[in-house]
Design a protein around this ligand. Structure first.
Ligand code: FES
Length: 462
């Protein structure tokens, strides 16, 4: 008997054109406003409780926390979005500390979801998370929010992902999502890290690149000296490096996440290799204008009929009332983003060092005795700072306060992360937040000065 040793060629994978998220069909099948709102509901920022079911240490001093909703519902989100989480850092009876973290898992596996937190030296919340969050712990969440996400439908689906340090988190969600879906795609990830052992998810990324011909991953060590047998690229992000990994950068949708300095140079170099502004989506810049407008319109539309839906559905997890259309998405590179050299080892989504505002004010003196600075028809009295700041209606409170030298911790500056939250003791503000504050906090007199303007004179605990 003759045994043939000729291998039969494996035919190329046949794929449908482009990439389509599973929920896109639901959107398309619901032309009526009420139907569309029902379909959109899961993406509407909601407040819910989730239980930690697993913690997984990652390279680069990062920790993945796998969660599931305690109401048993799946978490509907778009790949790249994030959650605002209340951490009981000072104990169960104290005011929790809110921080925003990108979801690192794929929405195509919605029954559990994950955030990945980098431990920051001196970072109050990230340290606490690493040391205290364990299976069984239940955390209060708000979200999902964010316009930095993959589109629901992309006929071309050609992407360049630029990640620096912990900025890989939302991009990891995107790459996992693309791998889990059928459809033509062409994804190149260029991932900068500080040292060979600091690339989180690298084993999984290598696996995905080896089994999915649509995915390619390149690593670069920034400008650090190379140790051991490093075989990846070396050097900061340059136009030449982008050109090397994606000679066809023009025409790709670029998603970049990392510290501000890294994103600044990326913007520069991307234009040099022919990538149009409208194709660039950045986590600290909230995505392209088109994406922002699309997202704002989408949620504004849902907001119009949210009450009708809420009345019609007596669900256990009601959507958080949204007082304004979601506008843009921004997780700033963070005040801990010390590295502006493109290596991003200190990048963290929202772990701010600034002091957390508290509800109790120790009145140092009468506002009438404070020094007054600035100009404007209204007066803001900052009790802790002992300063009166003049402001005009329509002028943003955080900006005016900062200009006057008042320290208020702020991260996103878009009403999303909650880090600038302070207490208003009297007066009215017009707030256009984007999920960074809970309804009960507003009732308790708190507000986000980064997205608020003064309507009357104000007395503030800051
Ligand atoms: S700075 Fe993020 S909500 Fe104000």
């Amino acid at each position: 008997m003759t045994v043939s040793t000729t291998l039969t060629a494996i035919p190329d994978v046949q794929r449908i054109r482009g990439l389509e998220m599973p929920w896109n069909r639901v959107f398309q099948s619901t032309p009526e406003p009420a139907g569309a709102a029902r379909a959109l509901w899961p993406w509407y920022p909601q407040e819910f409780l989730a239980e930690c079911v697993e913690t997984v240490p990652e390279a680069g001093d990062m920790l993945t926390i796998v969660l599931r909703r305690i109401d048993g519902a799946p978490l509907a989100f778009r790949s790249g979005q994030y959650l605002n989480i209340a951490f009981p850092v000072d104990g169960p009876d104290a005011e929790p500390v809110n921080r925003s973290y990108s979801i690192s898992s794929a929405p195509t596996q919605p029954w559990t979801f994950a955030i990945t937190v980098k431990r920051e030296e001196g970072g109050r919340v990230s340290q606490w998370v690493h040391e205290n969050v364990r299976p069984g712990m239940v955390l209060d969440m708000l979200g999902p929010v964010g316009a930095f996400h993959l589109p629901d439908m992309d006929r071309r689906a050609r992407y360049l992902f630029l990640a620096a340090g912990a900025g890989v988190t939302p991009l990891m969600s995107m790459i996992r999502t693309i791998h889990s879906l059928p459809g033509r795609a062409d994804v190149v990830m260029l991932y900068h890290g500080a040292e060979p052992g600091a690339f989180a998810f690298s084993r999984e990324l290598e696996h995905l690149a080896s089994v999915d011909s649509r995915i390619k991953v390149y690593y670069s060590l920034g400008d650090r000296s190379v140790t051991g047998t490093w075989q990846g690229m070396v050097g900061r992000l340059t136009a030449q490096m982008i050109d090397e990994v994606v000679p066809d950068a023009n025409g790709r949708q670029v998603y970049a996440c990392g510290p501000e300095g890294y994103l600044d140079v990326a913007t520069d170099f991307l234009s040099k290799v022919g990538v149009d502004d409208t194709s660039i989506h950045m986590e600290s810049f909230s995505g392209s204008r088109a994406t922002r407008l699309e997202y704002r319109d989408e949620v504004a539309f849902a907001g119009e009929i949210a009450e009708e839906i809420a009345a019609a559905q007596d669900e256990a997890h009601e959507p958080e009332p949204v007082t304004a259309a979601l506008d843009l998405y921004q997780i700033a590179a963070g005040t801990e983003a010390k590295a502006d050299d493109g290596t991003a080892e200190h990048y963290e989504t929202g772990d701010v060092l600034a002091a957390e505002p508290t509800a109790s004010a120790e009145t140092p003196a009468e506002p009438s005795s404070f020094e007054t600075v600035g100009q404007g028809s209204l007066n803001m009295s900052f009790l802790r700072s002992g300063l009166n700041v003049r402001i005009d209606p329509g002028e943003e409170i955080l900006a005016a306060a900062k200009q006057a030298g008042i320290r208020i911790g702020a991260n996103c500056q878009e009403g999303m992360c909650g880090s600038c939250k302070i207490v208003k003791l009297s007066g009215d503000v017009d707030m256009h937040h984007q999920g960074g504050i809970r309804a009960r906090e507003i009732e308790a007199g708190k507000f986000l000065p980064c997205c608020s303007t003064a309507q009357t004179d104000l007395v503030l605990d800051a």
